[in-house]
Design a protein around this ligand. Structure first.
Ligand SMILES: *Cc1c(COP(=O)(O)O)cnc(C)c1O
Length: 461
């Protein structure tokens, strides 16, 4: 509300009525597009704001000014389409706040096809009998990992909760003290264990845990051994971690299953991309894990999902547990996950999946794109070497070499990044040491020109 639109000498009693605001031409289009009661609520809220402001000495706005404010933001603010697509220029590939893995074109098409009409989600078309929604995805997962059986649920946190509840409720679960950690956003291994009905038995120390630590903790009460991949932190220095094979051997000797929370679940070898080798689900199974848990939307490059692969008898216990129904994945997820897994089956994952394309893009290509972006943006932009991150709790500490566009921000880095976020299209940039950086790695190259235009506009604003 500007001074010009109000009357500084008017008193609170001159605040326009709701009806007068609603009659303003500025609200005609809004009233056509949204339910009247919602627009009335928005007008009331705007009038309440104006009243508070006026009590603090601000000018009392005219009916037209209130109507304009409501038309500009009131209802649109919460009643417009969501989520808003953004350009991720942070260089963080699995950015949890931006939705983690972008899907492949085939995965998007599969989800849309599953959503649009009816589908054979739980029907065998040959016999007309009821089928399982898990069968198709499980079949591909078995092929890809060599597991006896597989199941996909809502997300990995849910998969672990289900696994612990189905395998070890009412019994003890042995975990290394160094792994009883917080995975992120309120997901703590000790809390999930408690929720599952299992009891946590911590062994070893935060930095050193040996196979014999697990062995000594096993009692007739032990329901499972749990190994949690350190996906969002590293312990360095005087450190010992028992090998997965050693822990599996301890479990086998005592008839106790080993549950392995792998976190990311890379089906491709990260070492081929100059990264630390990430244990694959197939390697975890080969080392003796009874059940392996991983996410669908981290290095797998698919939709949010929690995948469990392993021994058939245990997977069956998960599938028939009441929590499986509560945590089940919907048809959109299963369709997109199936299409994602098909890329691996066809040997085209590195090219077809955006996550792996972004990991694999060469520094030469990034340098060329950063240079072209900088020259399009103009004198306020320059290029410098830097690093991109995998993010999403995958390979912490691992970095990928990149070339960054550095923006000169006379109004300050916070103001420039705010303008970029609120522009069209919205751009999420990175701030480092007070400077605004754009990493072309996470930007689809087809959008470079659009990015340059939007950045130029934000710099001029
Ligand atoms: C990310 C992660 C989880 C949680 O997976 P979501 O799919 O986000 O629920 C669990 N454990 C580890 C080790 C992880 O890295």
């Amino acid at each position: 509300m500007t001074e010009a639109s109000g009357n500084p000498r008017a008193s609170l009693r001159d605040l326009p009525s709701v009806d007068r605001v609603l009659a303003e031409p500025a609200l005609a289009a809004t009233l056509e597009r949204f339910r009247r009661d919602l627009v009335v609520d928005a007008v009331r809220a705007e009038l309440a704001r104006a009243r508070t402001a006026a009590a603090g000495g601000a000018a009392v706005p005219s009916a037209a000014a209130v109507a304009e404010a409501v038309a500009a933001a009131g209802v649109e603010e919460w009643a417009s389409a969501w989520p808003t697509p953004v350009i991720n220029a942070t260089g963080v590939i699995l950015h949890t706040n931006l939705g983690r893995a972008p899907l492949s074109e085939a995965s998007v098409r599969a989800a849309a096809a599953g959503a649009e009409g009816y589908a054979d989600l739980e029907m065998d078309l040959e016999s007309g009998r009821r089928g399982s929604r898990h069968a198709a995805v499980a079949g591909l997962l078995r092929q890809l990992t060599g597991a006896e059986a597989a199941i996909a649920v809502n997300n990995n946190a849910g998969a672990i909760l289900l696994g612990l509840a189905a395998v070890a409720a009412g019994r003890e679960v042995v975990v290394s003290r160094g792994e009883a950690s917080e995975i992120g956003g309120g997901f703590r291994i000790p809390d999930v264990l408690a929720q599952s009905g299992a009891r946590l038995v911590e062994v070893g120390t935060v930095n050193r845990t040996y196979a014999h630590d697990y062995e000594r903790a096993i009692t007739p009460e032990t329901g499972a051994l749990l190994v949690v991949h350190r996906s969002n932190f590293a312990v360095v220095g005087f450190v010992h971690e028992a090998g997965l094979g050693e822990v599996a051997a301890v479990g086998r000797a005592h008839g106790v299953p080993l549950l392995h929370d792998l976190g990311s679940g890379a089906l491709l070898d990260t070492a081929a991309y100059g990264l630390t080798h990430e244990t694959t689900p197939q390697e975890s199974l080969a080392a003796g894990a009874s059940l392996v848990f991983f996410s669908g939307d981290k290095l797998l490059g698919g939709p949010q999902a929690g995948i469990v692969v392993g021994e058939a008898a245990l997977v069956e216990r998960l599938a028939t547990h009441p929590l499986a129904r509560a945590l089940r994945a919907d048809k959109l997820t299963l369709a997109a996950l199936h299409a994602t897994l098909l890329h691996y089956v066809r040997g085209e994952a590195a090219e077809a999946l955006p996550v792996w394309r972004m990991i694999g893009v060469s520094v030469e290509e990034l340098a060329a794109r950063a240079g072209a972006l900088a020259s399009l943006i103009g004198e306020r932009a320059s290029v410098q070497p830097g690093t991109s991150a995998l993010g999403g709790g995958s390979l912490p500490g691992d970095e990928l070499e990149t070339r960054l566009v550095v923006l000169d921000a006379p109004a300050g880095a916070d103001e420039l990044t705010r303008r970029l976020r609120t522009g069209d299209p919205p751009i999420v940039a990175r701030i480092e040491d007070g400077r605004v950086l754009l990493d072309p790695r996470t930007v689809p190259s087809s959008r470079d020109a659009e990015l340059a235009v939007a950045v130029s506009r934000a710099l001029e604003a």
